[in-house]
Design a protein around this ligand. Structure first.
Ligand SMILES: NC(=O)c1ccc[n+]([C@@H]2O[C@H](COP(=O)([O-])OP(=O)(O)OC[C@H]3O[C@@H](n4cnc5c(N)ncnc54)[C@H](O)[C@@H]3O)[C@@H](O)[C@H]2O)c1
Length: 429
């Protein structure tokens, strides 16, 4: 998209938003937005009456009022709405975002993977043609630990990056297996698809660290899926042998591993692991020529360095240190100021930050920190991994959605919510 001077909205003008999709996620984001001074919820939408009524109730509790729609196209027809927050099921995000941009609105989409490359390209083309923004609401990019790691990386502590890992490792057996009872969308995907279905929580912070689309890019990937046993076992044990899904064939492997190669030689390993018993972990690892951080165990090792004080605790080669001291020392200024103001609810506060980042992008009329090219390439990992699994782990090329722009695309707009650089000048000490 062309970079140009754009008018900035005064801070006292409220931005009018619509919220589309009112499952648990949509309701939750709605409740955060209702507490933001800078926005007004003008309309909400869901085809399920009960959910629409619940959304309306949340709005009423704040003494506010919004129009309600069962059809999102009716919401998009309103000329007063500047942007929409899309919290619908996976395969509908992109088409609603495209319709929103064509209706003259900016769009923020909840996370999920793409079903086809075509939809990723359409997202990019529509944003370029309409000059409307799309932001992927990848909240984990704004997590305290992930931002402290970005800060450490930009200070050069890891040296040159070599290998990064991340996982969506979350026991979702009950949520998936009872998808019909709870009107929840994942079940059909697990019955029919097989791949890295949910890449962006782990990939977002990794891609930002690697400067993907801004001097670096993903080149190829290969994926491998294990057999699927976890859901059948859970269903038999919890719903009985006679329950119709007890012996259903789930195509989605219990553990899917994906390896991505980057233009400058870095490798990325993603693990999708949601149908076996396990505690939650994003399986993070950042490794460079100077050291390594590992999420599991909460440890770090930076060669020739130790915290809190080198004199008192001399560097001990080959020994892990707890990461906590580093998190405190390298805490991102956004989190320092956020903690001082009081962290808002939602996955440790990240949902508030990612929504604020979108609102700030609209107010200042600058492309969002997670832009349409980021959204397209992160989401494309899903359909590419499905292709690779289907072809016996064949490598598949990752498209360059910037059409060559990645070679010299500079960091995005500086600001508090930048994920390209740590912009200290926007924070008081
Ligand atoms: N970032 C996070 O941490 C996080 C956490 C939970 C869920 N999510 C994501 O949020 C999204 C929603 O999750 P959920 O658990 O609420 O899902 P859900 O399936 O329970 O709810 C989706 C809602 O969207 C509505 N919907 C579907 N198509 C629609 C359309 N065309 N127009 C209007 N409404 C439509 C459905 O009726 C439903 O109420 C998913 O993409 C999910 O991956 C993200």
């Amino acid at each position: 998209m062309r970079e140009k001077e754009r008018p900035v909205m005064p801070t006292d003008v409220k931005i009018k938003l619509g919220v589309i999709g009112l499952g648990l996620r949509g309701q939750f984001l709605l409740s955060i937005l209702l507490n933001m001074d800078s926005v007004e919820i003008a309309a909400i939408c869901d085809p399920i009456d009960k959910r629409l009524a619940r959304g309306n109730e949340l709005i009423g509790q704040q003494g506010a009022h919004a129009a309600v729609y069962a059809d999102y196209k009716a919401l998009l027809a309103r000329s007063d709405i500047e942007a929409v927050i899309i919290c619908t099921t996976w395969n509908t995000h992109v088409r609603i975002a495209i319709d929103a941009m064509r209706a003259g609105k900016h769009a923020a989409m909840e996370v999920g993977g793409a079903a086809s490359l075509e939809e990723c390209w359409r997202l990019v083309r529509t944003s370029e043609e309409t000059e409307k923004y799309v932001m992927l609401l990848e909240n984990i990019c704004y997590a305290d630990i992930e931002l402290s790691l970005l800060h450490m990386e930009r200070q050069g502590l890891f040296g040159e990056l070599i290998h990064l890992q991340g996982g969506y490792q979350h026991d979702l057996r009950e949520e998936i297996a009872l998808g019909r009872e709870n009107q929840h969308g994942r079940l059909n995907h697990y019955l029919h698809r097989n791949g890295e279905l949910y890449p962006t929580h782990q990939l977002g912070p990794i891609a930002k660290m690697l400067r993907i689309n801004r001097g670096n890019r993903f080149l190829t990937l290969t994926s491998m899926a294990s057999k699927a046993r976890g859901l059948n076992k859970w269903i038999r044990e919890n719903k009985g042998e006679k329950y119709d899904l007890a012996s259903a064939v789930f195509e989605q492997g219990d553990v899917v591993t994906t390896q991505i190669k980057c233009a400058h030689g870095e490798t990325v390993l993603l693990v999708h692991d949601t149908t076996l018993p396990r505690p939650y972990s994003r399986n993070g690892r950042v490794q460079g020529t100077n050291g390594i951080w590992m999420e599991d165990g909460g440890v770090v090792y930076i060669e020739h360095m130790t915290l809190p004080d080198y004199e008192q605790h001399p560097y001990d080669p080959h020994q892990w240190e707890p990461y906590e001291q580093y998190r405190i020392k390298y805490q991102h200024p956004l989190w320092k100021s956020y903690e001082m103001q009081g962290v808002q609810a939602g996955h440790g506060g990240v949902d508030y930050l990612v929504l604020q980042a979108f609102v700030e992008s609209i107010r200042t009329n600058t492309p969002p920190p997670i832009d349409v090219y980021d959204a397209a390439v992160w989401m494309s990992i899903t359909c590419l991994s499905e292709q690779s699994v289907a072809m016996g782990s064949m490598p598949v090329p990752v498209p360059d959605f910037t059409s060559g722009g990645w070679v010299d695309r500079k960091a995005g707009a500086r600001g508090k919510y930048s994920l390209d650089e740590v912009c200290f000048e926007f924070f008081d000490d």
